[in-house]
Design a binder for this molecule. Structure first.
Ligand code: ZN
Length: 657
């Protein structure tokens, strides 16, 4: 483990304990083998003036909701040290009461909630206290011989604390255990099945100690042959099966979930282990992971849908075994899976959350194999995991982190022609409503268009069936399924009378405006059949209903597209797939309408450009975004009971009405 301390940088914080605390907290946070996504916590004790200028002893402790990697001074809650130390001496204290009293003892009421381990930090008699859930330490402690191995490794330099639920009872237990001992005899403290604490009066010393102790544990694992997880490669899975898995999980959860497949060499290596079903289902690395991972994953092997159903039944039984009447059962869906031969899967409502689970799982599968090499992975008993999973404070934390329930949260959309115009507007608008979007476009700019985790841009030509197929597969590989297809890509050929029309122009319009849509739809259908309230929206044109001079190649192709959508509505209705169609017109903020084309068109009708742009009954221009709003309505609840519809969005045309 790398020691990231930099004396030149550290020097600038020499006279500011809190700034120094921020600095070394971030050093710890940069190391995923120490802390992952909000795990771990740190503190510093300082004497600071209050509002009246009186000096008070304060514990600045990591606030909940902050991540050590990115924490700032504002992320530390200033709590009166004396109050915390008195709380530790109480016989009993509920965790909600503990949170209330900690908040009441804060110097700044606007600071975040202090960590639930604040009391524990307060009773450690050193200025700087660092706490992580280091992989190497928990790997060793999650084995039958963990305690003796820790002793063998560190001798008597470490205080060893048997597992107790974090929060008040842990702080109280340590207060009792340490009431008569001399802390200065210890380099640190190991909490079995949980993590490690280091402490010192100097920030650097506490940090160095953490790095040194964890490095020692890592070296021990390597020496014991417990640091070489299996790696392997495999062929891609059947992608329709993945879409089926995601659908089954979503149905049990009651809401659309994304499925993130991890095909890394380690994930595949783990999934191929002969005893993977047994070792993957013993429990997590540290109990606070259960909030994201549930106690165990589902193992997918032969019949995924049945296996997911069985998981749900077993989860319900687990809840019934441990719950009293005051608790409400969480949803029964798994949060991750071992997909035998193919890797691991993480399920969540957003790709950002699924990524956090994937990260946790990567560390988990390594730790499990390390534990196996040390004589057998042994997680905490189910009852301890349940206590953590249903801990009121953790439940509250999770509630805050949940993303808002936007209409398309957890859904996956594929939009073609997404780099500009109506396609881009659709991609942006669906994303704003929670959808995860794959955008396809000929323009290479699509790849970097949005730079957001819930958008993937794929460059390709819609007339290339293989390119279309790979865009569809990309949606499944990255997000687990496909629910919404916005078939939009198109061109508007130069105006040519039928007499003058070249075969190239005719063929090109048919290839892009018609045939490519059929090929894309064909590629999507197997996945849409596994979609969640699946919907197809095709972008046609007002020209279908009211054709214009010189636009035969365009209008004929779009008329064909309209007929394709109508047949698709018939054929796909038995699978619950809705197919609707918009006929836009007067949309001039798209790539098709260059100034030159606009001027040409306007002069053809002997109009000014301005008059031409609003030549409809409502005398209005239609924007790409307004088309996107209509498309989203068709993809969503508004059109839940409608298929085969054609809706003009053109400002009103007397030739259409
Ligand atoms: Zn902890």
């Amino acid at each position: 483990m790398k020691n990231r301390w930099d004396s030149t940088i550290a020097q600038t914080f020499a006279n500011d304990p809190l700034a120094m605390r921020v600095y070394t907290s971030r050093l710890l946070g940069q190391e995923p083998d120490l802390v992952l996504h909000g795990g771990g916590n740190t503190s510093v004790k300082a004497t600071v003036p209050n509002f009246f200028g009186d000096l008070e002893d304060v514990l600045y402790v990591k606030g909940s909701g902050w991540d050590l990697a990115t924490i700032e001074a504002a992320g530390f809650a200033p709590v009166r040290l004396k109050v915390l130390q008195r709380l530790a001496q109480r016989e009993q204290l509920s965790d909600s009461e503990m949170v209330t009293q900690q908040r009441a003892a804060m110097l700044n009421p606007h600071a975040p909630n202090p960590s639930v381990e604040a009391i524990l930090h307060a009773i450690i008699p050193f200025t700087y206290v660092d706490h992580t859930h280091a992989d190497a330490i928990v790997t060793i402690t999650n084995t039958p011989t963990g305690e003796s191995r820790i002793r063998e490794l560190f001798g008597d330099r470490m205080l060893l604390i048997p597992y107790v639920m974090p929060g008040f009872i842990l702080a109280r237990k340590i207060w009792e255990m340490t009431a008569t001992l001399d802390w200065s005899n210890y380099d640190g403290m190991i909490l079995m099945n949980h993590g490690i604490f280091t402490f010192a009066n100097e920030a650097r010393e506490a940090y160095d100690q953490m790095i040194q102790l964890v490095t020692q544990a890592e070296a021990y694992l390597t020496a014991q042959g417990a640091n070489s997880p299996a790696i392997s490669t495999t062929q891609d899975p059947n992608w329709v099966t993945l879409a089926t898995i995601r659908k089954a999980v979503s149905q049990i959860q009651g809401k659309p979930m994304l499925a993130q497949l991890n095909q890394s060499a380690e994930a595949i290596g783990f999934s191929k282990l002969e005893n993977v079903s047994a070792i993957a289902t013993r429990g997590p690395v540290t109990p606070d992971h259960v909030i994201r991972t549930k106690p165990i994953p589902v193992i997918l092997e032969a019949e995924p849908t049945d296996e997911i159903q069985t998981y749900a039944e077993k989860y319900r039984n687990y809840f019934d075994r441990h719950a009293d009447e005051s608790l409400t059962c969480l949803d029964l869906a798994p949060r991750w899976a071992v997909w035998k031969q193919y890797g691991t899967l993480a399920f969540d409502r957003s790709i950002q959350s699924a990524q956090i689970t994937t990260d946790i799982v990567e560390h988990t599968v390594r730790a499990i194999q390390g534990g196996e090499a040390l004589g057998g992975w042994t997680a905490l008993p189910e009852s301890d995991l349940f206590e953590m999973e249903y801990w009121e404070l953790e439940q509250a934390k999770l509630g805050k982190a949940k993303s808002a329930d936007a209409e398309f949260q957890g859904k996956v959309a594929l939009v073609t022609g997404a780099a500009s115009g109506i396609g881009k507007a659709c991609a942006e608008y669906l994303r704003s409503l929670g959808a995860t979007v794959v955008g396809f476009d000929l323009n290479a700019a699509i790849v970097t268009l949005m730079n957001q985790p819930n958008f993937v841009g794929v460059q390709g030509d819609v007339t290339d069936a293989a390119a279309l197929n790979s865009a569809v597969i990309e949606a499944i590989r990255r997000f687990g399924g496909l629910d919404i297809l916005v078939s939009n890509a198109g061109i508007f050929p130069e105006s040519q009378s039928i007499e003058q029309l070249t075969s190239e122009a005719w063929e090109r319009s048919l290839a892009i405006n018609l045939t490519s849509h059929q090929q894309l739809l064909k590629a999507c259908i197997p996945f849409l059949k596994q979609g969640l309230d699946p919907a197809v929206v095709m972008i046609a044109t007002r020209n279908v209903l009211a054709p214009g001079f010189g636009a035969a190649a365009y209008s004929v192709a779009k008329a064909g597209l309209t007929q394709l959508a109508r047949v698709a509505a018939l054929e796909l209705a038995p699978f619950g797939i809705r197919v609707n169609l918009v006929h836009p017109d007067c949309v001039y903020d798209t790539g098709i309408w260059s100034e030159e084309v606009l001027a040409n068109r306007a002069s053809r009708y002997s109009m000014s450009v301005e008059a031409y742009k609003t030549r409809n009954l409502l005398k209005t221009e239609v924007t790409s975004r307004e088309v996107a709003i209509m498309v989203a309505a068709m993809a969503g609840k508004t059109f839940a009971k409608t298929t085969g519809a054609q809706v003009p969005i053109d400002g009103g045309s007397d030739r259409v009405i």
